[in-house]
Design a protein around this ligand. Structure first.
Ligand code: Z5A
Length: 213
């Protein structure tokens, strides 16, 4: 059995994660890979129920700490029920957002303590971390323009530009700290150009895995 892999996609809203993760899933499935496509917050019935609370614009009284705990709770269930079993079974798990989003949004955006965020990450993930992360980098104003043209905003999309700029800076700081894990890609390029960059890099990663085995 081939070794499973856990690959995450990160970036500010509107950076094109959903588009690119779908294209990568198609690319890997066409090559015969067993792919599990999932997302955070969500990925299990309980975590999707938590997602509905987190993104509901009517939940405007949620404190930053409550928000942090809900993201951690959703992640704990997701890791337990979907991610760890799928990786163990040899699948390539592609996840739209994971723990880096907590560091960027709740740490960078909401300015919550990094120490608290680290403690909760360790509890929620129980040691499960991505083998590779694709960070789609885009100026915050551009990402917001893309999502705002879609209509109604969720609770976090409705935050001001300065919030999303702090989030982008926090993602770039993670990439600078962990260059061996995080691949930064210019998300202002065309959909085709971005997919053409990600596909071969993931092929190389998975091929290296096959040679290790
Ligand atoms: N959140 C958090 O705070 N803490 C956490 O720990 C976690 C999450 C895990 C999830 O919302 C929210 O939860 C998110 C962070 C927070 N909130 N925000 N902001 P979500 O999953 O609903 O939203 P999202 O993750 O931000 O995704 P999105 O807004 O749907 O964007 P996307 O997936 O990155 O992009 P897309 O849907 O592929 O593309 C957006 C639009 O741009 C669409 O019209 C595309 O056709 C277009 N697009 C895509 N690529 C391109 C290119 N290359 N050029 C031009 N146009 C493009």
């Amino acid at each position: 059995m081939t070794r499973g892999r856990f690959i995450t996609f990160e970036g500010i809203e509107g950076c094109g994660k959903s588009t690119q993760i779908g294209l990568l899933a198609d690319h890997l499935r066409a090559a015969g890979r067993n792919v599990v496509l999932t997302r955070e917050p969500g990925g299990t019935p309980a975590a999707e129920a938590i997602r509905a609370i987190l993104l509901d614009p009517a939940q405007d009284a949620l404190s930053p700490t409550t928000e942090l705990l809900l993201y951690a709770a959703a992640r704990a269930q997701h890791v337990h029920q979907v991610i760890r079993p799928a990786v163990k079974a040899g699948a390539v798990v592609l996840c739209d957002r994971f723990a880096d989003s907590t560091e960027a949004y709740q740490g960078g955006g909401r300015a919550l303590s990094h120490e608290t965020i680290d403690i909760l990450r360790n509890i929620a993930t129980d040691g499960m971390g991505p083998d590779c992360t694709i960070l789609l980098d885009l100026p915050a104003a551009e990402g917001l323009a893309r999502t705002r043209s879609r209509g109604e905003l969720d609770r976090i999309e409705g935050e001001p530009l300065a919030f999303h700029e702090r989030v982008r800076a926090a993602f770039l700081a993670i990439a600078a700290r962990e260059p061996e894990r995080v691949i930064v890609i210019n998300a202002a390029a065309s959909v085709e150009a971005i997919a053409g960059e990600i596909g071969p890099r993931m092929d190389a990663l998975l091929c290296a895995e096959a040679q290790e085995a």
